[in-house]
Design a binder for this molecule. Structure first.
Ligand SMILES: Cc1cc2nc3c(=O)[nH]c(=O)nc-3n(C[C@H](O)[C@H](O)[C@H](O)COP(=O)(O)OP(=O)(O)OC[C@H]3O[C@@H](n4cnc5c(N)ncnc54)[C@H](O)[C@@H]3O)c2cc1C
Length: 425
C-alpha cells in the first residue's frame, strides 16, 4: 500500500493506459505554436552547430523517436514505474547507446560528441530514460577502459544494441557522498571471487542483465575493484525501489550480495580505486549536465506554448510583463547551460575533463534546469501539475539529478577546493 501506484489507485485514480490516453487527448500540450525560428535562434546562440552534422542528426532522430513513441505514454509509464525495454532496443538500433565510445574502440572526436546530443534529446523526453542510458554507457565505458578483450566481446555488442541492460553499483546504504566508506567485500575462494555487501540507489537494477559491482578486494591499498555480476547470480537479491518520486522510467533497486560467487574473469583487471571509478563518473556527470538541459528545453518550450495560447483577463498571459520575466529567466538558463555544455563537450572530445570543469558544469546545469522546470510549472498554472503536461514529471526528475552523480553541495566543495587549494571534506 505504500507505492505511488497503489496510493494513487487508493485515491481512485484510474491508471489504466486507456484512461491515461483519454485524459491525454484533452490535456496534452501541443508544441505546434512554438515559434521554430525563435528556437533556432536559441540553438544558434548556444552554439549547437559546433557539435557537427552527425551529432545533430542523431539529436533529431532521438527526439523524433521520443515524440512519436514516448510522450504519449510518458505519464502512464512514470506512474507505473516500468522500464521500457522496447524503447531501449529502438535506441540501440538508432546508435544512441554507447554513442561516445572511448577506450580501445576510440571514436573520432566528432563522433564522441554525438553522445551529448543523444543525452539532451533523451532527457527532452524523460530524465529516467536519459539516466538509464547514462548508466548503460558508463558500464560500456568501464568495459572498454578497464576490461579484457573477452569481457568486451561478451558484453559491449549486446549493451550497444540494447539487447542487454546494465547497472553501475557503487553507492551503499552507509556510503553516499563519502565513497571511502564503501564496504562491500570481495574475497578469493579457490579460483573464484565471493562478494558480500549491500548496494542502494542502483539505476536499472530491476531490469539489469549485467551489474558492475564495486567492492574492496583486500589487494593493494584495499582499493575498490569492479566485478561483473550477471542477473540470476546465486546470492544476489535485487529489490526494486518502488517509492521513488523521480526517474521512474529508469527503475531503481537495492542489491544484497550474500556470498555471490563469480569466476575470476569477472574482475575488470585494469580498474583500481576511486581514481579510475571517477573517470567513469566524470563521463557520467558530463552526460547528466547535457541531459538536464534537454529537460529544461522541454519545459521552456511548454512554457512558451502556454504563454502564447492561454488567455486570461482578455489577453494571452505571455503579453504580461511578469510572465515575460519568467520566460526571460528560463531562456537565459537554457542558453547559458547549453553553451557551457557544448564548450565542455568540445574540450572533452580532445582530452579528459578536469575536476573543476566537471563539478562546475554538473552543479550549474542541474541547478539551472531545476529552476527552469519550477518556473515553467508556475507559468502553466494548474496545468503544470498535470503529469500530461510533462512539466511536473521533468520537475521531479530534475530534483533527483540535483543529488545523484555527486550532490550539488559536494560539487560546490570541489569547485571551492580547486580555487582555494583548501579541502572542506
Ligand atoms: C535517482 C538516483 C539514481 C542513482 N543511481 C545510482 C547508480 O546507478 N549507482 C550508484 O552507485 N549510485 C546511484 N545513486 C546514488 C547517488 O550517487 C547518491 O545519492 C549521491 O552520491 C549522494 O549520496 P546520498 O544520497 O547518500 O547523500 P548523502 O551523502 O547522505 O548526503 C546527504 C546530504 O548531505 C550533504 N553532505 C554530505 N556530506 C557533506 C559534506 N561533507 N559537506 C556538506 N554537505 C554534505 C549532501 O550534499 C546532501 O545534501 C543514485 C541516486 C539517485 C537519487
Amino acid at each position: 500500500m505504500n507505492t505511488l501506484h497503489e496510493v494513487l489507485g487508493l485515491a481512485g485514480v484510474d491508471l489504466s493506459s486507456e484512461a491515461i490516453a483519454f485524459d491525454a487527448a484533452d490535456q496534452r500540450l501541443s508544441t505546434d505554436s512554438v515559434d521554430e525560428a525563435a528556437l533556432a535562434e536559441i540553438d544558434a546562440l548556444a552554439g549547437w552547430d559546433a557539435l557537427g552534422p552527425e551529432a545533430l542528426q542523431l539529436h533529431r532522430d532521438v527526439r523524433a523517436l521520443l515524440a512519436d513513441r514516448w510522450l504519449g505514454r510518458a505519464a502512464s509509464t512514470f506512474l507505473a514505474g516500468t522500464f521500457s525495454r522496447d524503447l531501449f532496443l529502438e535506441l540501440g538500433s538508432l546508435g544512441a547507446l554507447g554513442a561516445g565510445l572511448v577506450g580501445d574502440h576510440v571514436a573520432t572526436p566528432r563522433e564522441k560528441l554525438a553522445v551529448f546530443a543523444v543525452m539532451h534529446a533523451l532527457e527532452w523526453g524523460d530524465g529516467g530514460l536519459r539516466c538509464a542510458v547514462t548508466i548503460q554507457d558508463s558500464v560500456i565505458q568501464a568495459l572498454l577502459r578497464f576490461g579484457t578483450a573477452e569481457q568486451q566481446a561478451r558484453w559491449v555488442p549486446r549493451l550497444v544494441s540494447g539487447e542487454a541492460v546494465a547497472s553501475f553499483a557503487l553507492t551503499e546504504p552507509q556510503a553516499g557522498s563519502d565513497l571511502r566508506a564503501v564496504s562491500t567485500r570481495a574475497r578469493r575462494v579457490g579460483g573464484d571471487w565471493v562478494l558480500d555487501g549491500a548496494k542502494s540507489w542502483v539505476t536499472n537494477a530491476p531490469a539489469a542483465d549485467l551489474i558492475l559491482v564495486w567492492a574492496r578486494s583486500g589487494e593493494a591499498n584495499d582499493d575498490l575493484r569492479g566485478f561483473l555480476v550477471e542477473r540470476g547470480a546465486v546470492g544476489l537479491t535485487v529489490d526494486p525501489i518502488r517509492n521513488a518520486a523521480a526517474l521512474r522510467a529508469a527503475t531503481l533497486g537495492r542489491l544484497t550480495l550474500d556470498g555471490v560467487r563469480v569466476p575470476s574473469d569477472s574482475l575488470l583487471p585494469h580498474a583500481w580505486g576511486l581514481g579510475d571509478i571517477n573517470a567513469c563518473l566524470d563521463y557520467n556527470r558530463m552526460t547528466v549536465s547535457f541531459g538536464v538541459m534537454g529537460a529544461a528545453r522541454f519545459c521552456l518550450e511548454a512554457a512558451i506554448t502556454h504563454a502564447r495560447e492561454r488567455e486570461q483577463f482578455g489577453a494571452p498571459i505571455g503579453t504580461r510583463q511578469l510572465v515575460q520575466s519568467e520566460i526571460t529567466e528560463m531562456v537565459t538558463r537554457v542558453v547559458l547551460g547549453e553553451m557551457l555544455s557544448i564548450q565542455s563537450a568540445l574540450r572533452w572530445s580532445a582530452r579528459a575533463p578536469r575536476r573543476l570543469e566537471v563539478s562546475l558544469l554538473k552543479r550549474h546545469n542541474c541547478a539551472a534546469a531545476r529552476d527552469v522546470a519550477a518556473r515553467a510549472r508556475s507559468v502553466l498554472g494548474a496545468r503544470g501539475i498535470d503529469l500530461e503536461s510533462h512539466v511536473a514529471r521533468h520537475m521531479l526528475n530534475l530534483e533527483a539529478s540535483y543529488s545523484y552523480g555527486g550532490t550539488h553541495e559536494i560539487h560546490g566543495l570541489v569547485v571551492a577546493k580547486s580555487v582555494l587549494g583548501l579541502g572542506a571534506f
